[in-house]
Design a protein. Structure first.
Length: 468
C-alpha cells in the first residue's frame, strides 16, 4: 500500500497505477503517487451523487461544524502538510506553513456564513421568497502553484452549501491534497468528499461527466476554454479562474523607496507563480530609472534555493515544462530589452531562475504580452496616462491590476478605468476570504470567495405565494 491513497466513497484506496512526483528543487522522486483510472473517477462521482441527498438535507449547523472541524485538523497537522507541500511544489517551508494557515482560515470563514431565506417581496397580495439550494456534485480542478489554498477557495463553500465534491489536484502536485483528503475523511459522511489524482489525463472525464452539476477550474485560459466546451453538453455551472497578465501602473508622484519593495514582493511571490502577481510593470518616465535601480537591487539581494534551506526566499519553478517556458520568455526579454538583474540559471539540479528585472522593453514583445508565470519582470516606460491605460487594457486578460500614486483621488480615477476583476490602489496581491474575487474577459467567469462565492454553489429557488 502506498503512503498516499485516493479517497473514494469514504475509503482510502489504491490507484489504478503509480507514477512519480518530482521535487522541483532537486529533480529527485518525492514519492510514488496513485493515479486514478476513468472507472475510479466515475466511482467517485457516483459516490458523491449517492451522498448528495442526505448531505444537502442536513442542517447548515451540521455542515458548519464539519468545516470548523476540518480547520482544526488542518492546523493540527500543519507541519506535516507543509513538509509535503514544499517537497512537491518547491516553495520555501515558511510559505508552505502560511499556505496551510490560510487554508484553515478559509474553512473558518465559510463556516461563519449562512444561507437564510431571502425575503424578496411581502405585501397584501403576495409573499416572495428566495431559497438557496445546493446544486449536486461539484468537480474541483486545482492547479500546482497553491494546491491547498486554491482548493479552499471553493471546497468549504461547496460543502457548506450542501454540495458533494470530487477534487482533482494537478498531476505534479497531488500529494498534499491526498494527505488532506486522508485527514478530512473521518469528518464527512462517505461520498461527501472524494479526492482523486491523475496524470492530467482525467480532466475531460470529470468536466464531461453527466452527473457533475458544476465545475470549478483554476488554470490557463487555453485549458479553461476546453473545460467550457466539454461542460457545454450537460449545461454545467462553471466557475473559471484563468490566465492573468496583471499590470501595475506607477505614477510620477510615488516614493520609489517606499513602494519598490512592495512591487517586488507582488511580482515575485512564489517565484512569480501567482495568478494575480504583477506581470507587467508600467512606470512613469520621471521615476523610471530610480524604480528600475531599486528593483534591481532587491533582485540581486534575493536568496534562491531549496525550500528547506534556512533563509531561502524563492524556490524553483514547479515543473520542467513551466521552467522551459519561462526560460524561453527570458530569452525574448533579453533580445528585446536590457537585463539589469538576474537572468541567470544557477548551476546544478532544480528548476531555478533568479528574480530577473528587464527594462527598456515595450508592448508587442512576448514577455510583455504573454503571461510569464515566473520570476521575470518587464518594466515598461510611459509618459501619458491615457496611453498607458489603452496599452494595459489592450490584451485579452482581465484578472487583476493595480495603480500606485501619492494622490489617492488620482489613483482611484485611473483604477476605475482598468478593465479587470480586481484593481488595487497602492497595494497588490491582497486577497481575503470575505472579498469576492473573479476575472473579466479571458481571465474568468463566476465568483470565488465572499458571500458571492458561496451563492455560486447554489440555485436560487423563488417561491411566490398568493395571499388572497
Amino acid at each position: 500500500m502506498s503512503e498516499f491513497q485516493l479517497l473514494i466513497d469514504g475509503q482510502l484506496v489504491d490507484g489504478d497505477r503509480m507514477s512519480n512526483v518530482i521535487n522541483p528543487s532537486t529533480e529527485t522522486v518525492v514519492a510514488e503517487c496513485p493515479r486514478a483510472s476513468a472507472a475510479q473517477l466515475s466511482a467517485a462521482v457516483m459516490a458523491a451523487k449517492r451522498a448528495f441527498p442526505a448531505w444537502s438535507s442536513t442542517s447548515i449547523e451540521t455542515r458548519r461544524a464539519a468545516l470548523i472541524a476540518s480547520a482544526d485538523v488542518l492546523e493540527a497537522n500543519a507541519t506535516m502538510l507543509a513538509g509535503i507541500l514544499t517537497q512537491e511544489q518547491g516553495k520555501p517551508l515558511p510559505a508552505s506553513l502560511e499556505e496551510i494557515a490560510y487554508t484553515a482560515a478559509f474553512f473558518r470563514y465559510f463556516a461563519s456564513l449562512d444561507l437564510p431565506v431571502e425575503l424578496i417581496a411581502d405585501d397584501a397580495n403576495r409573499r416572495v421568497e428566495g431559497h438557496y439550494k445546493a446544486l449536486g456534485v461539484v468537480g474541483l480542478i486545482v492547479p500546482w502553484n497553491y494546491p491547498l489554498v486554491l482548493l479552499a477557495f471553493s471546497l468549504p463553500a461547496a460543502l457548506l452549501a450542501g454540495n458533494t465534491v470530487v477534487a482533482k489536484p494537478a498531476g505534479t502536485t497531488p500529494l498534499a491534497t491526498l494527505a488532506m483528503g486522508r485527514l478530512l475523511a473521518p469528518i464527512f459522511p462517505a461520498g461527501v468528499l472524494n479526492v482523486i489524482a491523475d496524470d492530467n489525463d482525467l480532466g475531460d472525464e470529470l468536466t464531461g461527466h453527466p452527473d457533475v452539476a458544476k465545475i470549478c477550474f483554476t488554470g490557463s485560459t487555453a485549458t479553461g476554454r476546453k473545460v467550457m466546451l466539454r461542460a457545454a453538453d450537460t449545461f454545467k455551472r462553471l466557475t473559471l479562474e484563468m490566465g492573468g497578465n496583471d499590470a501595475a501602473i506607477v505614477l510620477d508622484d510615488v516614493d520609489v523607496s517606499d513602494i519598490a519593495p512592495k512591487l517586488f514582493a507582488s511580482a515575485f511571490a512564489n517565484s512569480g507563480q501567482v495568478c494575480i502577481a504583477v506581470k507587467r510593470l508600467y512606470v512613469h518616465d520621471k521615476v523610471y530609472d530610480a524604480m528600475c535601480a531599486a528593483l534591481a537591487t532587491l533582485a540581486d539581494a534575493a536568496t534562491v534555493g531549496d525550500g528547506f534551506s534556512e533563509g531561502t526566499q524563492f524556490g524553483p519553478l514547479q515543473n520542467r515544462r513551466q521552467y522551459e517556458r519561462v526560460k524561453d520568455l527570458l530569452e525574448d526579454g533579453r533580445a528585446n530589452g536590457q537585463v539589469i538583474a538576474g537572468g541567470t540559471l544557477p548551476e546544478g539540479k532544480g528548476f531555478f531562475i533568479r528574480p530577473t528585472i528587464i527594462r527598456d522593453i515595450t508592448d508587442g514583445t512576448r514577455l510583455v504580452d504573454e503571461e510569464q508565470f515566473g520570476p521575470v519582470l518587464p518594466v515598461i516606460r510611459f509618459t501619458d496616462t491615457d496611453d498607458v491605460l489603452t496599452r494595459v487594457n489592450a490584451g485579452p486578460h482581465g484578472l487583476g491590476g493595480s495603480v500606485w500614486s501619492g494622490d489617492l483621488t488620482r489613483a482611484c480615477t485611473i483604477a476605475e478605468r482598468m478593465d479587470c476583476g480586481t484593481v488595487w490602489v497602492n497595494k497588490h496581491l491582497d486577497l481575503s476570504p470575505d472579498v469576492p474575487f473573479g476575472g473579466s474577459r479571458h481571465s474568468g467567469m463566476g465568483s470565488e470567495l465572499g458571500k458571492d462565492g458561496l451563492l455560486d454553489f447554489t440555485q436560487r429557488r423563488v417561491i411566490n405565494i398568493a395571499k388572497q
